[in-house]
Ligand binder design. Structure first.
Ligand SMILES: CC1=C(/C=C/C(C)=C/C=C/C(C)=C/C=O)C(C)(C)CCC1
Ligand SMILES: [Fe+2]
Length: 547
């Protein structure tokens, strides 16, 4: 595991041609662009947590059955400052850093004064977001970094706060049919309030643009939800959307703002300011996209921790949403680098299994229904919603499948009825060993796995003109702990899960986190449509990644 997690990875600046075995479908033309941590030590200093590592972008350019690989560190301000100082000088999730090498208490207190409102890192290592024609590397702070998907060059640093008042934002935005971006962020103690802010970034600026202003300048607040607590807002990593609603979970996994404000002085990391409160509920906020207001019903469920929403949709007056849920907040603990060494089999055991759960919410509350009665009449699910007094509804999920993480879907079905979840399969540790296709209808699954192989998040790309939801291919970057086996890009038939091709490269590839597929510009819009009547939607489904 040291090979995967401990070692700093070398950049591969010149594109290297991969050895392709099998046959890559001729229609598959474009760039698979992915992000993840690649450097875990700088000079003599080391990061504590895998999520701290410096962002390493990598891409597989697929053209006419050939694959070219390249990688480049994101030249964030964080990267530059660290490299110049030859040590870690910017704090990350699990590592608090001190730019001032003088360790005495007075200078520490002095530096603290200028860190009361911390300037977070721009080490955008989690995902890639598409905004109109632009691509940004993202993390969960107020910074995103524009990148060139062809050359992997780092471009402008964008501070969300210039456009919307958020200190944190997810790296899992949603995209609508036209490519507009919808995201959620947290505005911490702003004007005496802490809020979850849902904001929209238009796909294009009026009148079009060449190298003009960024669509971010037209970002607008869509709606906001007051946090239940001013000083302990929930942590969240994604959210759900349907055609008419937004689903936001205010979960009992919370950031302690007072702890954050004193973390620098106390010499502890941001991660230590996050805690699971097993005694609290999970509040399910539902926002009506037409009125931009929360619906009046108060939905809740028991304590849980969700990082990834899978999908959500409306059916027969109900809102269904699927998430990967944990029973506690221990997941992030397992990614401390000290646990990801040769003893990782003992140190990195999951104490709570990631489980695909379906929640079903009644959208229209029957005022006459008896307290205690189940308001869900759908025959397709065992999920229940029990009426309580004062417009409260307790939601009990249906457990669909255990051992899934990093879920992806055919994004043309985002917010709509769907059947298949593509995900990484985890067993006793959070490091995926398999790729899984789970069929929600038949409750059956298909798997891909190979000895000593560690797959990344599987991404679905539809076949041009596809009608069926699973008509397409799955792409995943695979790293191996077998020194005889090079890392490779795996291409699976999404329907049967048989291997179509693999493209191996003799480089030290890093295990990445999330990314997207950028089809070549010549990709025929009409042919991409999941249904020919809806070319605009299809374009979004094809280009817009669910990450
Ligand atoms: C730096 C920083 C943060 C970073 C969080 C990160 C980096 C989370 C990564 C999550 C991943 C990789 C999940 C995988 O799916 C917080 C906690 C928002 C708080 C403020 C400062
Ligand atoms: Fe994620």
């Amino acid at each position: 595991m040291e090979i995967i997690f401990g070692r700093n990875k070398k950049e591969q600046l010149e594109p290297v041609r991969a050895r392709v075995t099998g046959k890559i479908p001729a229609w598959l033309q474009g760039i698979l662009l992915r992000n993840g941590p690649g450097m875990h030590t700088v000079g003599e200093t080391r990061y504590n947590h895998w999520f701290d590592g410096l962002a390493l972008l990598h891409s597989f350019t697929i053209r006419d059955g050939e694959v070219y690989y390249r990688s480049k560190y994101l030249r964030s301000d964080t990267y530059t400052a660290n490299i110049e100082a030859n040590r870690i000088v910017v704090s990350e999730f699990g590592t608090m850093a001190y730019p001032d090498p003088c360790k005495n208490i007075f200078s520490k207190a002095f530096s603290y004064l200028s860190h009361t409102i911390p300037d977070f890192t721009d080490n955008c290592l989690i995902n890639i977001m598409r905004c109109g024609e632009d691509f940004y590397a993202t993390t969960e702070t107020n910074y995103i970094r524009k990148v060139n998907p062809q050359t992997l060059e780092t471009l402008e640093k964008v501070d969300y706060r210039k456009y919307v008042a958020v200190n944190l934002a997810t790296s899992h935005p949603h995209y609508d049919a036209a490519g507009n971006v919808l995201n959620v962020g947290t505005s911490i103690v702003d004007k005496g309030k802490t809020k979850y802010v849902i904001f929209k970034i238009p796909a294009s600026v009026p009148g079009g643009r060449m190298e003009g202003p960024s669509p971010l300048k037209d970002a607008e607040v869509f709606c906001s939800i007051a946090a239940r607590s001013l000083l302990s807002p929930s942590y969240y990593h994604s959210f759900g959307v349907t055609e008419n609603y937004i689903v936001f979970l205010e979960q009992p996994f919370k950031l302690d703002i007072l702890k954050m404000a004193t973390a620098y002085l106390r010499g502890v990391s941001w991660a230590s300011c996050l805690a699971f409160h097993g005694e609290d509920k999970t509040h399910i906020h539902v926002i009506d996209r037409r009125t931009r207001k929360p619906v009046p019903t108060k939905y809740y469920t028991g304590p849980m921790v969700v990082f990834h929403h899978v999908n959500a949709y409306e059916e027969d007056g109900c809102l269904l949403f699927d998430v990967i849920a944990y029973e506690d907040g221990s997941l992030y603990q397992l990614f401390y680098l000290a646990n990801l060494n040769e003893d990782f089999e003992e140190n990195s055991r999951l104490t709570s299994m990631p489980t695909l759960k379906r929640f079903v919410l009644p959208l229209h509350l029957d005022k006459n229904a008896e307290v205690g009665s189940n308001l869900i009449k759908l025959s397709s699910t065992t999920a229940r919603a029990l009426k309580e007094k004062d417009d409260q509804v307790y939601c009990q999920p249906e457990l669909l499948h255990e051992g899934l993480e990093l879920p992806r879907i055919n994004y043309a079905h985002n917010g709509k009825p769907y059947r298949y979840v593509f995900a990484a399969g985890v067993q006793w540790s959070p490091i995926p060993t398999k790729i899984i296709k789970y069929d929600i209808l038949t409750k059956s699954s298909l798997k891909w796995g190979e000895a000593h192989c560690w797959p990344a998040e599987p991404l679905f790309v539809p076949t041009p003109g596809a009608k069926d939801e699973d008509d397409g291919i799955i792409l995943s970057a695979i790293v191996s702990t077998d020194p005889q086996k090079s890392p490779f890009l795996l291409v699976l038939d999404a329907r049967t899960f048989t291997e179509l091709a693999r493209a191996s490269v003799d480089v030290e590839m890093h295990l990445d986190i999330h990314g997207l597929f950028i089809p070549d510009a010549g990709w025929d819009l009409g042919k991409q449509a999941p249904s020919r009547e809806e070319p605009a939607r299809a374009a979004a489904g094809r280009a817009a990644p669910r990450t």
